[in-house]
Design a protein around this ligand. Structure first.
Ligand SMILES: Cc1cc2nc3c(=O)[nH]c(=O)nc-3n(C[C@H](O)[C@H](O)[C@H](O)COP(=O)(O)OP(=O)(O)OC[C@H]3O[C@@H](n4cnc5c(N)ncnc54)[C@H](O)[C@@H]3O)c2cc1C
Length: 316
């Protein structure tokens, strides 16, 4: 494969385990590393024109990629160098920018509204698609508009109202549109207060979440329970799992994080298939004890044994 832009790195047969926080997943046909909107805007139309099958990932922090190789290309839209422009309290940021880099940038400039995403791994694009956030606040709350590329390669702009943000969800999960960049409208705040809050959030995350260097995972596996459910108001899926005895479950090298029943971590010898099977067991124990259907937050990518064929796609 040859793209005109020589700054775009193409890695043939890239191992997905190197590009996911779970450290799981076989190879793909090739990985196209895009860091800037310009690189992405060249790559996507090219892949469509050449009829190359592809999927797009960001930081790979919400994925379980299969043990079987993927028969497609993977566009990785992610960068270590934040692509952010400031105009007063308005920020324009590339979808490839790391979410925590954005939170840090805003805190340092005394801009309030995005500090809740401090320490969440992954890209701004991935965060917008899944309306990432914490403590009742999420990225969709401060978003004004996004630049998108449709699965057909058409560039368009969408306003926040069109994205239908709800808890950990947006219309983008259905449309498959790619987030090229986003405009955020923030409030003036105090640099010192924001920085102190940031430090607090980081310390709390450190004490509650796995250390990705030694305990690879994809964060919370299931969404918290919707207010409309039998739980009455949104409650932690981890609580239901804990009550249903989920912490004792284990399949192969896939185990439950001892401090949090809703997080699967990879231990020695873990395969992606183990994670898939453990997640089924977790959902089953909660169904049996509470008659409650847990909804998955993490995306499976590729093929898993026993997965119903009617939901079999590359990402679901
Ligand atoms: C330790 C840990 C803690 C976490 N804590 C939280 C938390 O507190 N709150 C929270 O909400 N989440 C949390 N997560 C989950 C995860 O970090 C977020 O969901 C994150 O926003 C995913 O972004 P990503 O770039 O890694 O997406 P990926 O995992 O790469 O992809 C996820 C999905 O988004 C799509 N996608 C990615 N980039 C784009 C783009 N530019 N345009 C269109 N689609 C795209 C992919 O196709 C895929 O369907 C945590 C994860 C970990 C590992």
């Amino acid at each position: 494969m040859t793209l005109k832009n020589s700054t775009i790195r193409i890695e043939e047969h890239a191992p997905l385990e190197q590009y996911t926080t779970f450290r799981l997943g076989a190879s793909c046909e090739g990985m196209i590393h895009c860091q800037t909107p310009r690189q992405l805007e060249e790559t996507i139309p090219y892949l469509i024109k050449e009829k190359k099958k592809f999927i797009l990932i960001g930081g790979g922090s919400n994925l379980v990629v299969s043990d079987e190789p993927l028969d497609c290309y993977v566009v990785r839209y992610y960068t270590d160098k934040p692509v952010i422009e400031q105009n007063g309290t308005t920020l324009t940021v590339s979808g490839s920018t790391q979410l925590d880099h954005l939170a840090f940038f805003a805190a340092q400039r005394g801009l309030e509204g995005i500090n809740c995403t401090t320490g969440i791994p992954g890209s701004v694009g991935g965060a917008i698609v899944g309306n990432a956030g914490a403590w009742g606040k999420q990225i969709g709350d401060v978003l004004t508009s996004v630049e998108l590329i449709s699965p057909q390669g058409v560039k368009k702009t969408a306003r926040t109202e069109e994205l239908q943000f709800t808890y950990r969800d947006s219309i983008l999960k259905k449309t498959g549109d790619i987030v090229v960049s986003a405009v955020l409208s923030l409030q003036k705040g105090d640099v010192k207060a924001l920085s102190e809050e940031r430090e607090k959030i980081l310390a709390e995350r450190k004490s509650k979440h796995p250390d990705l260097r030694y305990e690879p995972c994809a964060g919370s596996f299931f969404r918290n329970i919707e207010p409309t459910s039998k739980a009455g108001k949104r409650q932690a899926a981890g609580w239901f799992l804990e009550e249903a005895g989920g912490k004792k479950l284990k399949v192969g090298g896939a185990v439950i994080y001892p401090k949090h029943a809703n997080i699967i971590i990879k231990s020695d010898g873990c395969r992606s298939q183990d994670v898939y099977e453990l997640s089924l067991q977790m959902a089953r124990v909660v169904k049996e004890k509470f008659n409650l259907d847990l909804v998955r937050e993490v995306c499976f990518v590729g093929k898993f044994h026993g997965m119903p064929s009617d939901v079999r796609e590359i990402i679901w």
